[in-house]
Design a binder for this molecule. Structure first.
Ligand code: ADP
Ligand code: ZN
Length: 212
């Protein structure tokens, strides 16, 4: 099964992608995590991406399409994958189509704007493995330490309130049009993001026809 998760920053795509990944044993492919890793390692790619990410803008289509293409060609992606954070522009969606990829479902997690900002302030991400947490909705067992790998769970620089607002603007302008793009193909499913992670997961599994 090849899935795309759509939704505003902070809607919970990463968290739900992790849940689907664990359930179906297919990888979560997060372009955001891959880019953060590149920035952390100071690679050439990371250097190119950093300024855009810090200011809440999108990294160029050319760069992101390149890393995505390489990633889905890897062995573990043979039986399917969950795209989390890609595509984010119509140009990226068209590039995916032209790679000959068949998408089974596009799942939108919808969360009202006014709830997004509150969610983002509590969000934490593991520096080492990229796992996502929330101080209120999905806390780590030990404060500040990733449950999965023991890495540090920290706030992302681009989760600062000013940057969150511009990321929401970018989402509306560049990514939201993808709903229409995929609605036309009949593949778009929408679930309402709930306060509790497990409640959203239940709706997500139902929408995808996965047995909880
Ligand atoms: P969120 O979903 O919370 O906005 P991500 O971790 O998906 O966060 O992305 C973080 C940042 O990485 C984005 O703000 C953007 O700068 C960059 N990025 C991630 N995926 C893409 C993409 N598909 N196209 C362009 N930029 C991307
Ligand atoms: Zn971790």
């Amino acid at each position: 099964m090849n899935l795309i998760l759509l939704g505003a920053p902070g809607a919970g795509k990463g968290t739900q992608a992790e849940a689907i990944s664990a359930k179906l044993s297919i990888p979560q492919i997060s372009t955001g995590n891959m880019l953060r890793e590149a920035v952390k390692n100071g690679t050439e790619l990371g250097l190119k991406a950093k300024a855009a990410m810090d200011s809440g803008d999108l990294v160029s289509d050319e760069i992101v399409i390149g890393i995505l293409k390489d990633r889905i060609a890897e062995d573990d992606a043979k039986n399917g994958y969950i795209l989390d954070g890609f595509p984010r522009t119509v140009a990226q969606a068209e590039a995916l189509d032209s790679m000959g990829v068949t998408i089974d479902h596009v799942l939108e997690i919808h969360v009202a704007d006014e709830r997004i900002c509150a969610r983002m302030s509590g969000r934490r991400v593991c520096e080492k493995c990229g796992a996502s947490y929330h101080v209120e909705y999905k806390p780590t067992k030990v404060e500040g330490i990733c449950d999965k790998c023991g890495g540090k769970a920290v706030q992302r620089a681009d989760d600062a309130p000013e940057t969150v607002l511009s990321r929401l603007e970018v989402y509306k302008e560049k990514t939201a049009p993808l709903k229409e793009y995929y609605a036309k193909t009949g593949k778009l499913l929408t679930v309402e993001g709930q306060e509790e992670v497990a409640d959203t997961t239940k709706l997500v599994f139902e929408a995808l026809g996965i047995q909880g």
